[in-house]
Design a protein. Structure first.
Length: 304
């Protein structure tokens, strides 16, 4: 299956392939072109003198943006991606790395890229300005089984029964992803990831916020202070929850579901929802942030 880029003449045709609304693609393209011109001082059409006979398959910023969004929507190897776009694997790799860098900078300038590393309480307050309720969860990404036994053991997730990587997400009640932590191996507990990202001995991180979490963060009340906390009742050993407790759990889950919507928005890009084949985890870490930024951009553009 080769994609004939010459036949994709309208933004609607581009959007039909990558699953993005036409006006959103147009809006993103405007900012993407600005970032490209600021970085390289010329357009893609002028990158080589006319007397040189080198033929490029990606000739415009629109084609480059489409290429990178297509690669995020379809988790393909460089060989297959190159075959689809009629280029070799090394060229596909260079174009994707270049496109990811430009797209990340574009989303950052728009202001939709989530924070990745908050160093102190002041940065947290800046990140969550005017947001009272924070909803936390940890999501997993399935990876190929590592070659080395020790890495296999570290990445094995007892919950998913496979080898995974994990990240912590913090969203608001509008499904916006404001924070994504660094990746951790699958065996690390959800609450341990929270304590690694927000060391309770370093700062009083959430003293002015209302937190909503699931039972994966059991113990949070002992280590952190906050304005309010919503966490489900845990079923006692050899016992049952009361009808009132079950009702409260259901009500809390109905509100906390927004973080699951944020995760599903993040994984609209199949490079995160299907098994991760890449071995460069630094690149994968960058892709997670970019996909979250695209989801935030989608939410922001939907409101305008």
């Amino acid at each position: 299956m080769n994609i004939n880029l010459k036949k994709l003449k309208t933004n609607r045709q581009y959007c039909a392939v990558i699953g993005l609304k036409e006006r959103m693609f147009e809006q993103l393209l405007i900012d993407f072109e600005k970032v490209y011109l600021e970085k390289y001082k010329h357009s893609l059409r002028k990158r080589l003198p006319k007397e040189l006979s080198h033929i490029y398959q990606i000739k415009t910023e629109k084609m480059l943006l489409f290429f990178i969004l297509f690669s995020l929507k379809n988790p393909l190897t460089y060989d297959v991606l190159g075959f689809i776009f009629n280029m070799d694997a090394s060229c596909a790799k260079r174009n994707r790395e270049k496109g990811l860098e430009l797209l990340e900078e574009t989303l950052s300038k728009i202001g939709v890229l989530p924070k990745r590393n908050l160093l102190n309480y002041e940065e947290l307050m800046e990140c969550f300005a005017n947001i009272d309720t924070l909803i936390m969860d940890v999501t997993e990404y399935r990876i190929n089984r590592p070659f080395y036994q020790q890495i296999q053991s570290d990445c094995y997730s007892g919950k998913k029964k496979c080898h995974t990587l994990k990240t912590l997400l913090i969203t608001d009640e509008e499904k916006m992803i404001h924070y994504i932590g660094e990746i951790h191996v699958g065996k690390v507990h959800d609450y341990s990831i929270l304590k690694y990202s927000f060391d309770p001995e370093k700062e009083n991180w959430f003293k002015n916020h209302h937190l909503r979490v699931d039972l994966g963060f059991l113990g949070i009340a002992k280590d952190y202070t906050f304005k309010a906390l919503d966490i489900p009742h845990k079923k006692p050993r050899n016992g049952e929850l009361t009808d009132e407790q079950k009702k409260e759990n259901k009500e809390k889950a109905a509100i906390r579901i927004t973080v699951e919507h944020g995760i599903s928005g993040l994984k609209r890009y199949r490079i995160l929802s299907e098994r991760v084949r890449m071995r460069d985890f630094d690149l994968f870490n960058k892709i997670i942030g970019i996909c979250a930024g695209l989801w935030n951009f989608y939410l922001t553009a939907s409101k305008s």
